[in-house]
Design a protein around this ligand. Structure first.
Ligand code: ATP
Length: 334
């Protein structure tokens, strides 16, 4: 178990992390999520030992580690700044830490080959220089180099951010599989909300050095506790005056509705739950299996998703009805 107990982190006079209290359970895939500059990397760096908190305690398995050097914390590190050795071959990159520990040649060979197989690097690739590998393969080497040391904790800072979307998706699944297989507590930094939702057991959402909410992906998405989290996670409509009035929402409240809670047809019989609006199709973005629509209601805009099928053939300029699920409106006092 990892605990951040009342942690404050300063860079000079600037408070990068303010009063952080957070517990990460053993074996969890835990993601630190938030926009650029919110402090997620700083939090991870403090856990690893690159940054020292100004106050508070970082506790790993009951031991305060604030003053422990990096190499004594038993954390596998996959950071952009923690680069591989480009001119060394893959085998030697993965073996580097084991050699420092003066393991026998035979043990090293076995450990490197085992881990290479797990991360899908073949024999041929082991003898290549890192600079001869693709971005995705290099990330596999970085992950293998961390895992080969059998750390208790794996710390990853945006490990997939330089890869194209397809490869990112594929490596995400593999990373999750490895984490399950090794049962390793994993702390993962990303600014990508979709990545966080798909990969994590729990997510901590940060904003300007503050922890906004901690929860499972479902919690964070369906029960966003703050306006910031509501806006940051997923695509959402901010409702304007005329629509709010029709819905009976107090005008002084900010009101949001997720795109998937705006329907072309109410999904349940309970018609009191859905408010109908006569709208015009203003824009249609086609994504293959679904389209994203923007509708206009008396100069106010509402968007939704519609799965592509024969049933709804809407075009720009068409008039139609949409139904807003009143139970799904998220309201915040201004
Ligand atoms: N070495 C440093 N010296 C001074 N300020 C820093 C330093 N490192 C980070 N900061 C500041 O601390 C804040 C948090 O930075 P941090 O890197 O933790 O954010 P982040 O959420 O990981 O963002 P990103 O996704 O852009 O890396 C930012 O305002 C940043 O400018």
């Amino acid at each position: 178990m990892i605990t951040f107990d009342d942690i404050n982190i300063m860079y000079g006079d600037f408070i990068a992390i303010k009063d952080l209290n957070l517990t990460i359970n053993e074996g969890e895939f835990f993601t630190l999520l938030g926009p650029s500059g919110c402090g997620k990397t700083t939090t991870l760096r403090s856990l690893v030992g690159f940054v020292k908190p100004f106050s508070g305690n970082i506790i790993i398995e009951g031991n305060r580690v604030n003053d422990k050097p990096i190499e004594e914390r038993n954390i596998g590190i996959v950071f952009q700044s923690y680069a591989l050795f480009p001119t060394m071959n893959v085998f030697d990159n993965i073996a580097f830490g084991l050699k420092l520990q003066k393991k026998s040649k035979c043990d090293i060979e076995k450990s490197v080959k085992d881990i290479a197989m797990k991360v899908d690097l073949n024999k041929e690739q082991l003898s290549k220089k890192v600079s001869e590998l693709s971005g995705g393969q290099q990330q596999r080497v970085a992950i293998a180099r961390a895992l080969v040391m059998k750390p208790k904790i794996l710390a990853l800072d945006e490990p997939l951010s330089n890869l194209d979307a397809n490869l990112r998706g594929q490596l995400r699944v593999e990373l999750k599989r490895l984490q399950r297989e090794f049962g390793i507590t994993t702390i993962y930094v990303t600014h990508d909300q979709e990545e966080a939702l798909t990969i994590s057991d729990r997510i901590a959402v940060f904003n300007k050095g503050f922890l906004e909410q901690v929860g499972t992906p479902k919690d964070i998405y369906n029960n966003s506790k703050t306006e910031f989290v509501t806006n940051f996670i997923g695509d959402i409509n901010l409702l304007q005056v005329k629509i709010k009035t029709e819905l009976g929402v107090p005008l002084e409240n900010k009101a949001y509705i997720r795109l998937e809670k705006v329907y072309l047809e109410p999904p349940f019989e309970d018609l009191t739950r859905y408010q109908a609006f006569e709208v015009m199709v203003l824009e249609k973005e086609y994504y293959g299996n679904y389209s994203k629509y923007t509708f206009k209601y008396k100069e106010e805009l509402v968007r939704n998703y519609v799965m592509e099928n024969e049933r709804y053939q809407l075009n720009v300029g068409d008039n139609t009805k949409i139904y807003i699920d009143k139970k799904a409106i998220l309201q915040f006092k201004e």
